[in-house]
Design a binder for this molecule. Sequence first.
Ligand code: HEC
Ligand code: HEC
Ligand code: HEC
Ligand code: HEC
Ligand code: HEC
Ligand code: HEC
Ligand code: HEC
Ligand code: HEC
Ligand code: HEC
Length: 455
Amino acid sequence: MTCAEGKWSRFAANMTICFALVFLFMGSMPAHAKPGILSKEDKACLECHAKKGVSKPKAGGDAVSLYVADKPYSESVHNDNGCTDCHTELDVKKHAKADNKKLGTREYSIAAVAVCRDCHKKNVKLYEDSLHAALVRGGNSEAPICSDCHDPHTTRVNSATGPMDDVICQNCHGKIFKAYASSVHGQARNKQTGKLPADQQKAPICADCHRSHEIKAAATEGRIKNACLDCHKGTLILHKVWLPNAERHFEAVSCPACHVATAKRRVDLRLYDSVTNKAVTEKQGVPQFESRTQAADAKGLGLDALALQSLLKEFNREGAEGQTVLRGRLEVTSGVEAHQLVARSKAVKDCDTCHREGADVFQTVTISIARPDGRPLHHGAQKEVLTSPISVDSVRGFYAIGGTRIKLLDYLFVMALFAGIAIPVGHMTLKWLFRRYLKNLEAERSSTQDDTAQH
Ligand code: HEC
Ligand code: HEC
Ligand code: HEC
Ligand code: HEC
Ligand code: HEC
Ligand code: HEC
Ligand code: HEC
Ligand code: HEC
Ligand code: HEC
């Protein structure tokens, strides 16, 4: 501070300025009341608004509540703010008769939460990058804005992290909440009350795996898995004890696929850019995936190996040649199942569950692309795409030993593993082996197509 600088005369002058500044600063702050006690201004507002049942009738709809309970407000984190700190646009004197037509609409709420930015810049920014916010901007009236998760008139400290049964996410994701509540984590969370010993980790609730403001599509690669591994440090090493190449398993098998024993599983083949190492995303406003998959699968039986191959070709036509590939992942088939994690003793450990010819886990196959907001868009494929020699090139990197009917492939895989040479070598050999076979098949298919065209 400059106040203490200089000689006596300057000191006096500076002091005057300092006092002036302090008074100015105090003047700019609203006349705040002590927590639990409301200012005169706020009490005046509540004369009308804290009357039970106060509402505004709406033609042809439910009445709009105008009720703001005084006690919860006076005990909320915002009690120190005056009503008009947030309701800045309000014409205090005239508003009661203004007949605001927007009141009670989504448009009103969205406009009202814009004020949160004044004091919570960080959270607003995080939220604006989220999937929820993208959905709101896209006109989805079910997706949450600030006030859906935090009632501006009643929010208390840590109310968003209170007891499990109060978690706000369940208002809209009820089925997932139920699944979560009976999982290992939900049960543990229910038991863990009060402060935990320093060496104990609190079992996660929604926001620990998905975050609270910066929520992204759940399938966003690596995001949730990293959350699991952040808490379960050293778990990879524990898996390595019994699971060969546990790293590869962690990549190709989602955690719930083994840890939700009863779930129905499927193989999802994601369109993937091998150059940028990211999932291929549909361009905003130019959807291609649905039209292409539907055209390639006119009968709706699921894409077959040849259709899959030509689909890939189409995706590769726009950009650099050979960029788009498929990446296989074994996962559970629904969002509800993803939350039914069970104790370790019930997890899938038996190699045969997956590494067996005709294993259940390989009977359902989908192809997917990421929508602009990151959520996957699926189309069914025939299970044979995993075993057909035609797909060797398309579905590369996803051949669970024994799970396929391509014995030669299994043989090469085991050889490659033994020799410690990289899988690409195996695939290159295969590519060479099958090139002829593929050409024949393609020729065969196009000639049958020509035949049908002639009829
Ligand atoms: C005399 C009773 C009365 C008092 C006092 C009063 N209000 Fe209202 N208020 C109303 C009525 C009636 C409506 C519905 C107006 C309408 O139909 O648009 C309303 C609506 C509102 C709305 C929603 C409509 C909008 O335009 O945003 C807000 C916010 C609001 N009041 C805040 C306040 C605040 C803040 C105060 C104190 C500064 C206050 N009110 C004092 C009666 C009152
Ligand atoms: C922290 C900011 C904040 C404070 C402080 C605040 N409000 Fe609000 N208020 C809002 C927001 C945001 C909405 C819109 C909520 C929605 O529709 O989702 C709202 C809505 C309202 C409404 C419309 C009806 C409703 O409940 O949606 C009334 C009436 C109202 N407030 C009155 C008051 C009064 C009276 C006070 C002071 C006692 C007050 N508000 C203090 C942010 C605030
Ligand atoms: C989908 C629900 C959800 C939405 C939408 C949401 N929040 Fe939150 N918020 C939470 C949860 C859960 C917590 C507590 C966990 C945490 O700290 O991350 C929280 C914590 C907070 C906190 C206190 C902790 C901190 O980080 O400072 C503030 C302030 C906050 N939110 C403001 C906002 C604002 C402003 C918006 C709108 C831009 C918003 N929130 C939107 C769920 C939500
Ligand atoms: C005029 C400033 C101001 C505005 C506007 C404002 N807040 Fe706050 N908010 C505060 C203050 C001050 C606190 C309490 C101090 C703290 O602990 O950060 C707080 C705390 C919070 C918390 C923290 C609860 C916790 O767990 O600690 C949440 C959640 C929150 N506000 C949500 C909102 C939302 C949603 C809006 C918009 C409707 C909003 N705030 C608008 C000033 C404001
Ligand atoms: C232990 C971590 C964890 C917790 C806790 C958790 N989730 Fe999830 N969530 C996941 C995983 C894993 C997925 C599946 C991701 C994928 O597709 O790979 C998922 C998927 C989702 C999806 C997408 C579902 C779909 O249909 O694809 C939603 C919505 C969701 N979770 C909401 C929640 C809510 C709400 C809670 C709290 C009740 C919650 N999650 C708790 C890990 C968690
Ligand atoms: C007001 C309703 C609402 C609330 C509250 C809410 N969500 Fe959502 N959420 C939605 C909607 C709508 C979608 C988009 C449809 C869908 O995927 O279920 C969505 C999507 C999601 C997704 C992405 C799903 C996917 O397909 O990948 C996740 C993850 C998610 N929410 C987590 C949460 C968490 C965690 C909370 C609590 C902190 C929460 N949500 C609170 C309405 C809500
Ligand atoms: C191939 C199936 C499989 C996959 C994939 C898998 N697990 Fe496991 N996991 C198991 C089995 C089986 C056990 C029990 C091992 C035992 O008790 O001997 C286990 C044990 C655990 C345990 C308890 C022991 C420990 O390590 O702390 C945790 C935590 C765990 N897994 C987390 C994960 C996470 C996180 C992922 C995803 C990144 C994952 N698992 C992927 C099968 C799997
Ligand atoms: C916030 C930290 C946290 C996150 C994130 C987390 N867990 Fe856990 N997890 C725990 C705690 C704590 C327990 C111990 C519960 C108990 O006391 O039994 C646990 C238990 C488990 C168990 C049971 C272990 C056993 O011994 O039976 C499995 C399996 C598991 N978690 C898997 C996962 C998976 C998979 C994910 C990600 C989808 C995940 N966890 C995310 C903290 C976490
Ligand atoms: C839940 C299904 C599942 C279970 C259980 C499972 N695996 Fe796998 N495993 C896979 C999948 C899927 C792949 C394919 C990964 C790929 O494409 O590279 C794989 C790949 C492999 C590979 C090749 C790894 C590499 O380097 O590419 C070996 C070896 C293997 N598994 C051995 C085992 C053994 C041994 C067990 C039992 C202890 C086991 N797996 C349990 C699904 C499973």
